[in-house]
Design a protein around this ligand. Sequence first.
Ligand code: GLU
Length: 285
Amino acid sequence: MAGREHLKNKKRIVIKIGSSSLTHQETGKINLSKMEKLVRILTDLRNQGKDVILVSSGAIAVGKETLGISNRPTEKSVKQACAAVGQTRLMMVYQKLFAEYNQVPAQILMTKYTMINDISRENAQNTFHELFEMGVIPIVNENDTVTTDEIEFGDNDTLSAIVTALVNADLLILLSDIDGLYTDDPRQNAEAVFIDSVEHIDEKFEGMAKDSSTLVGTGGMATKISAAKIATASGADMVIANGEEVDIINSIMAGEKKGTFFLENKNENFKLLDYISTRQYPNKV
Ligand code: GLU
C-alpha cells in the first residue's frame, strides 16, 4: 500500500501526546526528559520548514499532582480546578523548554463551541494561520476549566483530528500508550494481530475498536478510530503509535513501519460540522 514513503514530505503536522506519555507512571509527576526530547523534535520539524501543532493533554494530570490529589478526580469542579492549575504549569514547562531552542510556542484552548460557532471557528482558523506565518508552534488543549458536558470534546484524540481538519494539515500523529491497532485486545487475546496499515475504515475496524476500548489510557481505541475517520476524510494521513519513546516521531517521518498507518481518504464533500456531534444544538443551523 502506498503511503509511508510520502510521510517525509508532509508539510503541516499535528502531533497529539496523551497525559500518560507526559508523566511518570509511578509518581504521576511530569516526565521532564521526555518533554525536553519532544520539544527538540518538534522544533526540528519546524526548522525543516514544516508547520507543526502540538495537541497536549496533561492539564488535569499535572494539576492533580500539583495539588496533592492522589486519584484522578471525578467531580467536575475538581477536574476543572485541576485543569486550571495544571494547564499553566504545563505551559510554563513547554515555554521554558522551547526557549532553549529559540522556538516560540503559543497556547490555544478550545471547546466544541469554538468549532460549532461559525465566527469562533473562523477566528481560530485565522489565528492558526497567522501563527504558522510567524513560525510559532501552537500548543492546543481543550479548555477544560470552562467546558460543560454539552461543549466538551472529552478527549484529545477527537480534538486533534478536528484541529487537523480545521487547518488542513496533511498528517496527524497520535502518540499514546499503545503500539497501534490490533484485531483484538492483545492483553486478553494472545492471537490478536497487529495491524500495520489501514486503507479504508469500514465496520470491521469499528468492531475492533469496541472490543478493545477498555484496554488503553484516555480515549481508548474507539476515539482513535473516530479520530482516524475525521482526519482521513479531511485529507490527512494518520499514524497511531506508542509515545513511550518520542523519537518514534522521527522514525514515522522517515517512513519506518512504526504504529498503525491510516491512509488519507479525502471526501470531496468534507464538512467539519458533520463530524462534531451537535445533538445539544438543535438550533445550530
Ligand atoms: N484535556 C485533558 C487534559 O489536559 C485531557 C483529555 C485527554 O486525555 O484526551 O487533562
